[in-house]
Design a protein around this ligand. Structure first.
Ligand code: C5P
Length: 201
């Protein structure tokens, strides 16, 4: 069975949490596509070129370790604006999207570019303040020393880069269902999404 759930949205909107929970609920594979761009960014920060890093990325050994830092996130949104970087990562993402048994992919361009044929598309948003508060809590839990103002500013810069770039900018697909998670718990978002997927499945 092929069934793809595409989840897009800005930083810290709750899309990753939803993607993981939906994949678990339906027994689907999950791919956090931001991790691909973060992995390229980490290699660029270590001295590689963005194009070479993307073309030689080992998708079998992607790790979350050390990837969810502000520095890697900011660099990820810079390398993600380079068309050759995006092009090098398309095939792998499309392969995962059409894998038998169902797949959930989350990112910025899943519903628009990677899997426009996805059976269900969500666009997850939340107010800037809620997103910055969530991201700050994540950083604090990891021992990263920062403050709300810095997190908010970095997040808005990153969102602007992601939305304004020419290559696969962040935007909802025409047929995406938008969920604003500002006043919802992760469980509430999951329940809404499950109901919507069940209508199609
Ligand atoms: O989702 P996450 O915050 O980990 O993504 C890091 C960066 O990778 C984003 O800011 C964005 O620039 C880029 N990205 C992208 N397309 C995707 C996923 C992530 O451009 N599908």
């Amino acid at each position: 069975m092929h069934f793809t759930i595409a989840i897009d949205g800005p930083a810290a909107s709750g899309k990753g949490t939803l993607a993981k929970a939906l994949a678990k609920h339906f027994g689907f594979e999950h791919l956090d596509t931001g991790l691909l761009y973060r992995a390229v960014a980490a290699r660029v920060l270590a001295g590689d070129t963005p194009e070479h890093a993307a073309q030689t990325l080992d998708t079998h050994h992607l790790t979350h370790k050390g990837m969810r830092t502000p520095e890697v996130g900011a660099e990820a949104s810079r390398v993600a604006a380079i068309p050759a970087v995006r092009a090098a990562l398309v095939d792998y993402q499309r392969k995962v999207a059409r894998r038998k048994g169902g797949a959930v992919l989350d990112g910025r361009d899943i519903g628009t570019v990677i899997a426009p044929e996805a059976e269900v598309k969500f666009f997850i948003t939340a107010s800037d303040t809620s997103r910055a508060q969530r991201r700050l809590a994540e950083f604090t839990a990891k021992g990263i020393d920062t403050d709300l103002e810095t997190v908010l500013r970095d997040m808005q810069d990153r969102d602007a880069r992601d939305s304004d770039r020419a290559a696969a900018p962040l935007r909802p697909a025409d047929d995406a269902i938008t969920i604003d998670t500002s006043d919802l718990t992760a469980e509430e978002v999951l329940a809404i999404a499950i109901e919507l997927v069940d209508e199609v499945l």
